[in-house]
Structure formats: C-alpha cells, structure tokens
Design a protein around this ligand. Structure first.
Ligand code: ATP
Ligand code: MG
Length: 756
C-alpha cells in the first residue's frame, strides 16, 4: 500500500541504495521512550501504546539497530508481523538499509515462520519435508468423507461445524483424547472420533491443515530437544508486532523460541485487539509482565499520526469500554479539522456523499486518491461503494478481498441466474453442476461431455440426458436433481422479480443452507454477500437486464491506477495502516456494531475496539456516515444510528446532513413479514434493537417528553432520558436505564416509552 503500514518515509524513504546508518541517525528523530525501546540492551521488552504512537516504527528501527549497532547477524533475528504485506514491507525497508544481508533475516508472519521451521524438520513429527497444506475446502471435504465413513448424517451435523470444532481444539492445543475428556457428551465423542481419524488421514496423506502449521511447529519444538535448542540458540532476538492479536499457540511459539537468550520484544495495544473470533487472546499482552518478571515496559503516549480532534474522538469512543486500562493519546499536530458526519437517506445517498467527500479531499487539500480510504464493517458493503466509484470515475481498489462480483458465492448464484436466462450457458453449468455437492464427479462430467459432443448439444443441455449418457448411481441422481432444480427455478422465474429470484436461487439450490449450517464468520459474510446480490438485482426489471449490466460493469472496471486509487476495505484489514483521509461508513446499530454485539457485552467491546482502530487510521481528515434505510435481501430496512456515532462528542463534529423530506409516511409501509430461512437470517441481522413491532405513532413531541424525564419501557424498565433527536417517525430518545446502567437509543415510533 502506498501509504504504508510503517509510514516512516522520512527515514526509510524510497532512495536506494541506502547508506550505512550510525546510531545517531537511527535514534535522532525518536522520542525518549521510543529511543529507549530501540536501544534496549536486551531481555524481555514490552512496548504498550495507543494507535499511531510509533510501535511499528520502533520495532522496525530496532531491527535495524540490532543489525547495525549490536552487530547481530541477520539470521539471528526473528521478526514476526501480522500480515504478509507487513512482513514484505519490513523486509523491503531493512533491505534498503543493510542490502542483501537482510535476505537471511527471518521477517515473517506466524504461519510462514512455522512453515519454514517445519519444512526443515518435518521428520521430527514423522512428516516428509514435501508435505502438502490443505486449504479449508480440502479440509472440509476430508472431514465430510470421514463423517460419511462413520455413517454420520452430514445433513444433520454439518462437516464445516465439525471442522470448526476441530480447529478450536487445535488452537487450544488439545489432542483428540484431551478434547474428548473435557466432558461426557455424545456430540463431543463423535467430534473427537472424527478428529482422530482426520489426523490419521492427514498423516497418511503427508498433509497439514492451516491450524497444524502453528500447532505442529510448537509440537516439533517440544518433542525434539536438539532442534529446539538449535533454534533457541539461533534466535538471539525475537520481535513481535501487533502482539495483542496472538493466540495461545502463537504465544507459546514465541516463548519457546526466545527462551534461551530471553530477548523477546513485543509491541501492541490492547485497545486494538480485534481477532477474538480467531482465538486471539488479549491476556497474552496483559500478562506479559507477570510471565517475565524482569521485563522492561515502555509506554508511548505521543501520537504522531493524527490530529488532536481525531484522537479525542478515538479516546472518547474507546473510553466507553469498561475492561481496559485507561490511557490518553496526545499529539502535537494541532486540533485540525472537525470530523464531518453525514446521515444519508439510504446507502446510495450515503455512497454519493462519500464520493463527493473524496473529491473534496482531492480538490481542497490536494490529497491523492491513493492517500484516501473508505472503511466498512462487512465485505458486502463494498458493492454500493464500488458502483458509485465506477459511476463517478473515481479509481478504487478493494483491499484484501475479492471484488464483489468475483466472490465465489456471488459467482455461483449468478451462474444459476445465467442458466435460467440461457439454458446453454456451458461455463455456468460447469460451475454449479456440483455446487453445492451432488455427488457428480469427474467421470460423470466426462460422460456428459461426450454425450453432448455425440449429440451435438451443449454441455449444459446434456444434464437432461444423464441416463442416456450412461450415468448411474449417485452421479445419475445428482444430475437428475440438478436438471430438476433448473426446471423448477425456470418456472418460478416467470413470476418472480430478479431480487426475489436471487434469494430463491440461494435457498433452493442449497447454497444458503450450507452456509447457514456452517455458521462461521466467513459463512456469515458470504450470506451477507448473497443478500447484497439480491439487493443489487432488485433494482432491475428483468434478470437479463441485470446480467447485462454486470457484464458491462466488469468491463468498464479497468480504471487507470497510475494516479493511484482509493482503498476500500473492512476495518479488520485496516489494522496497522494509516491514510491522510478516511471515511468510515455504515455506522448503524446492527451493522456497526454488528448484530451479534447487541446482546453480548464482550462482543460489543470488541466492536468498539474495531471502531477505535478505524478512527485512528486517519491522519488529517475523518468523515463518518450512515444511512437511514438500507436494502437487505432486496427489502428496505430502517436503521438506527450507531452508538459509536453518538459516542463521538458533538463539539468535535461538523454535521453535513441535509434534512430531506421523508420518503415514507410511516413504519407500517415496511414489510417485516419475512418468509423462509433466508429471510429469517436476514431479519436477524437487520437493524435496530431487534424489537421490531407493529407501527405505533408516539413521537416525543406527542408525548411531551424532554431530557431529564423519568420514563419506563416495557422491556428495559425505568430510566431517564438523556437525549432526544429526530422528528416525527424518526424521533429517537437516548435513555439511561436504571437496570445495569445501560444506555439505549430508541426509536419512539416502534419502541414507546411511558412517562413516570
Ligand atoms: P498502530 O497502533 O496503528 O499500529 P503504531 O503505534 O505502530 O500504530 P506507527 O505506524 O509506527 O504507529 O507510526 C505512526 C506514524 O507516526 C507513522 O507515520 C510514523 O512514521 C510516525 N512516527 C512515529 N514516531 C515518530 C517520531 N518520533 N517522529 C515523527 N514521526 C513519527
Ligand atoms: Mg503498528
């Protein structure tokens, strides 16, 4: 990324070849605490600090210092960063500094470091050095095959959920036996049995899955004292960035490798711990000083990235988290501009304002496209933003994550849609004939293909002739099922609109059920993408129009990136990066914070940390947006402003919203009557407090409510009004309820309050 993770351009620059640096040059532009960290003589070192305070800079600079001043050999340094991109960036910068010597340095992600350790020592655990790594799809099909072997009903218990349990056990370093012994439970016994067989199969295939890379590296080091000691001896310095997001296995690896020299340097910020769902354990950083009683702890409090206004906003938000050690970031960069906020009528209006904001950054402040970023909470939100960028001719790229229409589930659903429109679409048929799995293997596909060739028909049409093509058993019934499904969908497509049709495809094909049964975060993201696709299709009269539009969009998409492009990404991806101008979108309850967080305090705090990460990426300009309504699964849903929006003090903000006339007269226009599982899910992740009820009209004005009034609510009990906003149907009250001291934002027309 242009505006990179380490942003240290004035020192590292792009000039090459780099001169040899002396101590003064390495430390002259550091603050005193930063200098202490960089020149730390050895022993455990913990650098804890808020965002943008120079943690990554300290880590990178320390690596240079060790090489240049302490004369540590490159291969004696193990520097672990969070992503491949961050690792590459660090390697590049150190290479500029010390030249080709740096090639021998271990700058890696956890997974790549473990792979390297395992490749050289695979024999310790009985693997051949050329072992294969299974990706998650391969792991899942292996688990599925094993389950079937055991006669387990893979419809009732989804292979993906079993794999998730196995992955959890691996991250907790539990063997199948240890996992089984946790408690007596038939389901656990079943999973343990599959886990054991899965391990046997991996071994037989000389394969490891992704979790195994970490786990087996640790096991290998534990098992062979000679190998362990060799690496402990080799790594005179172990350094880890973003330490707050390490999990138990990663922590153990670091402990083992640094045990001999004791030179372990970790940097992190507990307020930026956002990977709990991947077993990250923030206790690793919180308990570092207990684990290493002789550790030196250095605090960095000066922020070099953002304006004071941006920092004040970040501080105000993160301060709401109860389980944290308070700290305050300050900067000498001055107050800077106010944070601009815009509430759009819907996601398109929001998107249009985002574009105008990007243009303003460019025109008024001379900020390059590549110096701007737009963040969102879920990948699906990129679709509307991408479309707006294309329409407005603003170059963009979606960072980490495929472009919306390139995503697998989206392509699969579209392949079905294409087959409805053109029954001879071979590419589409090949894509989904066995998607989701219907037991149609390579042999069956070959037979269908020959039949098609012999009879001069397309492959797609051959699915109606499975029996004549010589298929039997599972393949024959699978092909019959596929052909039947297409007939059924075609019949429905005469009557249904494109939006509903996409939803029907997702449901009837089995794609949706598979994802629902999976239940992982990834699957949820995929379901959201399908919902988003349905929303996109809902704007068209016919499916053909929609498909044509897509084909054209993809073509015009090749924008010239030489002038740079605006980065679109989720806030998870944004960790560690910085940009002069940032827009955070979709600040709605149920969107950000995410639906799950509305009922779970720990999840909510994690979401708030994510918000803190998002805000603190901005250097000079920050804008926040939300939409009053958003289309989910082709249906318009009303949204409630995110609590995070309200947690940013008003005096830091400039409101840019234009009050527009209401499009609808009342909530009763909204169709809340969902049908089927897909829609249940959609409504489950919809907006608001989850208490959508029949429309009732009772605005604050009508009730004569004012700030300070004591009120009571059917579910939350008594409380006091601490704020009121909006008008008519959109009247909102902020209430601090007595119970649990909870503060809630309520839309009075759907959640009425009684004055006490
Ligand atoms: P994050 O928590 O987001 O990972 P960080 O603590 O790792 O942030 P860096 O990315 O290292 O922070 O630094 C933030 C910005 O501040 C960078 O642009 C960096 O070059 C700059 N910076 C850090 N220290 C100094 C300093 N002493 N003088 C000038 N600029 C500095
Ligand atoms: Mg950093």
């Amino acid at each position: 990324m242009s505006q990179g993770s380490f942003g240290d351009a004035e020192l590292w620059g792009d000039q090459s070849p780099a001169p040899r640096l002396d101590v003064a040059r390495l430390t002259e532009d550091l603050t005193e605490p930063q200098r202490l960290a960089v020149t730390h003589p050895g022993g455990p070192l913990l650098v804890v600090a808020g965002a943008g305070s120079g943690k990554t800079r300290v880590l990178t600079r320390r690596v240079a210092y060790l090489l240049e001043v302490d004369r540590v050999a490159p291969w004696e340094i193990l520097a672990i960063t969070f992503t491949n991109k961050a690792a590459d960036e660090m390697k590049r910068r150190v290479a500029e500094l010390v030249g080709s010597r740096s090639e021998r340095m271990w700058v890696q992600t956890f997974h790549s470091a473990c792979l390297r350790l395992l490749r050289s020592n695979a024999g310790v655990l009985g693997f051949d050095p050329g072992f294969t790594i299974y990706d998650s799809d391969e792991s899942r099909s292996e688990v599925e095959r094993i389950m079937k072997d055991f006669g387990i009903d893979v419809k009732a218990t989804k292979p993906r959920s079993v794999l998730a349990a196995i992955s959890g056990a691996k991250n907790a370093m539990l063997s199948p036996t240890a996992y089984m012994e946790i408690d007596a439970d038939p389901k656990r016994d079943m999973i343990a049995k599959v886990y054991q067989r899965y391990e046997d199969c991996l071994r037989r295939a000389n394969a490891m899955d992704f979790d195994d890379l970490l786990l087996n590296a640790v096991r290998m080091l534990q098992k062979d004292p000679a190998v362990r000691e060799r690496y402990q001896e080799q790594f005179r310095h172990v350094l880890v960035d973003e330490f707050q997001d390490t999990n138990g296995v990663q922590n153990q690896l670091v402990e083992i490798l640094s045990a001999h020299h004791g030179n372990i340097c970790v940097v992190g910020d507990a307020d930026q711990s956002i990977y709990r769902f991947r077993a990250a354990d923030v206790r690793n950083i919180l308990q570092f000083s207990q684990r290493y009683p002789d550790a030196t702890t250095i605090l960095l409090e000066e922020n070099f990235r953002s304006t004071q206004t941006i920092l004040d906003a970040a501080n105000a938000v993160i301060d709401r988290n109860e389980s944290r050690i308070p700290k305050n970031l300050f900067t000498q960069r001055g107050r800077g501009d106010k944070i601009r906020r815009y509430a759009g009528e819907d996601e398109y209006d929001e998107g249009r304002w985002v574009i105008s904001e990007l243009r303003r950054f460019r025109n008024d402040y001379n900020i390059e496209w590549r110096e701007m970023a737009v963040f969102y909470r879920t990948n699906a939100q990129s679709r509307v933003l991408e479309e707006q960028c294309i329409r407005a001719g603003v170059p963009y790229r979606v960072i980490s994550g495929l472009r919306f229409y390139d995503r697998k589930e989206v392509k699969d659903a579209l392949a079905y849609a294409r087959l409805l429109v053109n029954p001879r679409d071979d590419m589409a048929a090949r894509r989904v004939i066995n998607e989701p799995r219907r037991g149609i293997g390579a042999v069956a596909l070959t037979k269908l293909q020959s039949y098609a060739t012999d009879h001069n028909i397309s492959f797609a049409e051959s699915v109606n002739h499975g029996d004549e093509a010589g298929l039997s058993g599972k393949a024959a019934s699978g092909v019959r099922q596929f052909a039947g499904l297409l007939d059924e969908l075609r019949a429905l497509s005469n009557d249904l609109t494109p939006g509903i049709m996409i939803e029907t495809i997702a449901r009837e094909s089995g794609i949706l059920n598979e994802l629902l049964a999976d239940g992982s975060d990834e699957a949820r993201g995929r379901i959201e993408n399908l919902g988003e696709l349905a929303s996109a299709a809902a704007e068209y009269e016919t499916m053909m129009e929609f498909l044509e539009r897509l084909a054209l969009t993809a073509d015009s998409d090749q924008l010239d990136a030489s002038a740079g492009a605006v980065s679109l990404m989720t806030m998870h991806v944004a960790k560690g990066l910085e940009f002069p101008a940032v827009v955070i979108t979709g600040l709605e309850e149920g969107m950000f914070p995410h639906q799950r967080a509305l009922v779970d305090q720990a999840e909510l705090e994690e979401e708030r940390r994510l918000c803190y990460v998002g805000i603190t990426r901005a250097m000079r300009h920050l804008s926040l947006t939300h939409a009053w309504t958003r289309t989910m699964w082709g249906r318009r849903m009303d949204a409630i402003t995110s609590r995070f929006w309200n947690e940013v003090p008003e005096e830091l903000c400039e409101e840019c919203s234009v009050v527009k006339p209401m499009r609808r007269s009342s909530f009763s226009d909204v169709d809340f009557g969902f049908e089927g599982r897909a829609s249940d899910f959609a409504s489950g992740r919809a907006f608001g407090t989850g208490e959508v009820q029949e429309a009732r009209t009772s605005g604050a004005d009508k009730l004569g409510l004012k700030v300070g009034d004591r009120v009571t609510h059917d579910r939350f009990g008594p409380g006091v009004i601490i704020g009121l906003s909006g008008e008519g149907e959109r009247t909102r009250a902020f209430v601090r309820f007595d119970q649990g001291q909870a503060e809630k934002q309520l839309v009075l027309s759907i959640s009425p309050l009684q004055r006490l």
